[in-house]
Design a protein around this ligand. Structure first.
Ligand SMILES: NC(=O)c1ccc[n+]([C@@H]2O[C@H](COP(=O)([O-])OP(=O)(O)OC[C@H]3O[C@@H](n4cnc5c(N)ncnc54)[C@H](OP(=O)(O)O)[C@@H]3O)[C@@H](O)[C@H]2O)c1
Length: 148
């Protein structure tokens, strides 16, 4: 199964200003909807509580600290699932990631929630595809395969 981390990030590596931010600065919400439709989407409790709109058409699985990521993944029967943050959840699932879909935005936060909140192992990434998100062409999703 493909386990795909999907995130909008700043150029200094943050995904939010704080743990319960309602994300309004991301330009890739429409792409997120298209790509995750019909797939299981795993997210942490802070992220789940910060979502304003119901994510219809997807099985939302809320991760809690007492759960084991591998058990959640082993229960899924789909050919792919998405890890949709936040930083703590991304770090917990990092050993199992096969792909990362990252959309860097032209902004710096200086401080905030990092893409991975916690220690992760070094990984090499292979760029497989890019998707241009806006008509100006300056916001692009980078689709990486993870080579462990
Ligand atoms: N830019 C993007 O693409 C994007 C995507 C997703 C989310 N976000 C943003 O990311 C932010 C949330 O990120 P986050 O890292 O704060 O939270 P999170 O990963 O969404 O949720 C926290 C997770 O970590 C667990 N946890 C909390 N304390 C822990 C501990 N001491 N040890 C082990 N696990 C612990 C929680 O479990 P319990 O439930 O048991 O507490 C929960 O599963 C929000 O602002 C959200 O909007 C941005």
């Amino acid at each position: 199964m493909d386990v795909i981390l999907i995130a909008a990030i700043t150029q200094d590596g943050f995904i939010a200003h704080h743990s319960n931010e309602v994300i309004t600065w991301s330009k890739d919400l429409a792409l997120f909807k298209t790509q995750t439709m019909g797939c299981p989407v795993i997210m942490g409790s802070n992220t789940y509580n910060s979502i304003e709109n119901e994510l219809k058409g997807r099985e939302i699985i809320v991760f809690h600290r007492n759960k084991k990521p591998i058990n959640i993944l082993n229960r899924l029967s789909s050919d792919k699932c998405f890890i949709a943050g936040g930083g703590k959840t991304n770090a917990c699932f990092s050993p199992y990631l096969t792909h990362m879909f990252l959309t860097p935005h032209p902004i710096l936060f200086g401080t905030g929630i990092k893409l991975f909140e916690g220690k992760i192992k070094e990984k090499k990434l292979l760029l497989e595809n890019t998707v241009t998100i806006n008509t100006e062409g300056n916001i692009v999703q980078f689709q990486y395969k993870i080579i462990n």
